[in-house]
Design a protein around this ligand. Structure first.
Ligand SMILES: Nc1nc2c(ncn2[C@@H]2O[C@H](COP(=O)(O)OP(=O)(O)OP(=O)(O)O)[C@@H](O)[C@H]2O)c(=O)[nH]1
Length: 386
């Protein structure tokens, strides 16, 4: 790896991240910076009005144009940016406008002052714009770099076309270098800090949603994902089913082989479930040896077939040290009319029945909505049995 790549990587905590993670970072970062953009845009507009007022008293040339630019055009552009920050739908054009906003300010300053006697008096505006673009505006590093580099090119071009006083030129170059490098470095370090914070937050969020032993979702996250699927069902009518399963006589495993072996069985069991299901299915450990599977876009009959497939795989699997294990299953489908709590209660009942009726069984309970076609077949079988 080249030195340049190593250096870039050292400043980029996301250098190994996927495109999706980088996009998630950009969205997270931009959302967090909206408030900064708002305050900075309004404050800068105010300062430009002060600048225009001072020029009103000291400027000897182009007074009307200076007042138009610094008292009207630039402040209005900044107020527009600040106002756009209030509406999420306008955030994209707001970022675009913020990226180009330094250009007219630099252009105006050069147009009014380059090659004139008063240039050193007004040159600090150029240095401030460079620092503002990098470290204050709220722009992401890449956009800030684009805007500041364009500004710097314009300033250098103006310097070639209208050379300042030879005594001032070296100082001017030094100030430009200082403004650009200070601004760039602070933007680079700020973005590095943001990236590290983003990664840390993702890690913590992940840790807070997984079960430490099995790596499956924990109870809270499983319930959250189930609620999300229910909302999808409420909105689009796509079915969602649940399987609740519990290892049979797991206490015996612990009692006979010890908790460490019990833990290994739970891990192996979790891996078996995870590898047997589709990637869209959500598996969580919601209690000691109790697991909940959320099956999106799956009706009751399909869920029954999936539970059958899992039962067969579990029965065929030989767990380390303990050999064969079995599990009991409750299966049901969510129906929008009855609410989530009713489904959770029903699947609990289904599992209880499977345990009560001898374990290593699948019990299916239809929903309580009479006209639900998905559950009709199961309901009639249950009624016949009763
Ligand atoms: N090793 C281990 N055991 C656990 C863990 N969490 C819960 N358990 C044990 O799981 C066992 C559950 O026992 P019970 O609720 O009586 O259930 P069971 O023996 O599986 O009986 P049935 O469910 O009725 O078939 C208890 O012994 C708990 O200590 C864990 O994280 N690791």
């Amino acid at each position: 790896m080249g030195i340049a790549t190593r250096l870039i990587n050292a400043f980029d905590p996301l250098h190994e991240a996927t495109h999706e993670v980088r996009q998630a970072f950009a969205a997270w970062c931009l959302e967090g910076k909206v408030l900064q953009v708002r305050y900075i845009a309004f404050l800068t507009a105010l300062l430009y009005l002060c600048y225009a007022t001072i020029q009103f008293f000291i400027a000897t040339e182009w007074l009307g144009r200076r007042l138009f630019m610094h008292g009207l055009f630039v402040p209005l552009m900044l107020v527009l940016i600040g106002s756009m920050s209030f509406s999420p739908a306008l955030h994209r054009p707001m970022w675009a406008l913020l990226t180009v906003s330094p250009i007219p300010s630099v252009f105006a300053s050069l147009y009014f002052n380059a090659g004139r006697d008063g240039f050193p008096l007004y040159a600090p505006e150029l240095y401030l714009i460079l620092i503002w673009t990098f470290a204050i505006s709220g722009l992401m590093l890449r956009q800030a770099m684009l805007a500041a580099s364009s500004s710097l090119l314009m300033i250098l071009a103006a310097m070639v076309m209208f050379p300042p006083d030879p005594g001032f030129i070296k100082l001017h170059l030094l100030y430009l270098l200082a403004a650009f490098s200070f601004g760039f470095l602070s933007a680079l370090l700020l973005e590095k800090g943001h990236k590290a914070m983003f990664l840390q937050q993702r890690r913590l969020t992940h840790l807070a949603s997984v079960d430490g032993l099995t790596g499956l979702w924990n109870r809270q996250e499983t319930e959250r994902r189930f609620a999300e699927e229910c909302e999808r069902t409420d909105r689009y009518g796509t079915p969602v089913s649940l399987i609740l399963l519990d290892l049979d006589h797991f206490k015996q495993v612990n009692d006979e082989h010890g908790h460490t072996v019990g833990d290994t069985v739970l891990k192996e069991f979790a891996a078996l479930l995870h590898s047997s299901l589709r990637s869209v299915d959500q598996v969580g450990r919601i209690g000691g040896e109790e697991f909940l599977i959320v099956l999106p876009e799956t009706g009751l009959q399909q869920a029954r077939a999936i539970a059958g497939m899992l039962q067969e795989r579990i029965n065929c699997h030989r767990f380390e040290t303990v050999g064969q294990c079995t599990a009991s299953f409750g299966v049901t489908q969510y129906h929008p009319e009855e609410g989530r709590l009713a489904v959770i209660n029903r699947i609990d009942r289904a599992l209880y029945q499977a345990k009560a009726q001898g374990r290593n069984r699948i019990e299916i309970l239809p929903c309580s909505v009479e006209r639900c076609r998905a559950c009709a077949a199961v309901r009639s079988v249950s009624e016949k049995r009763a």
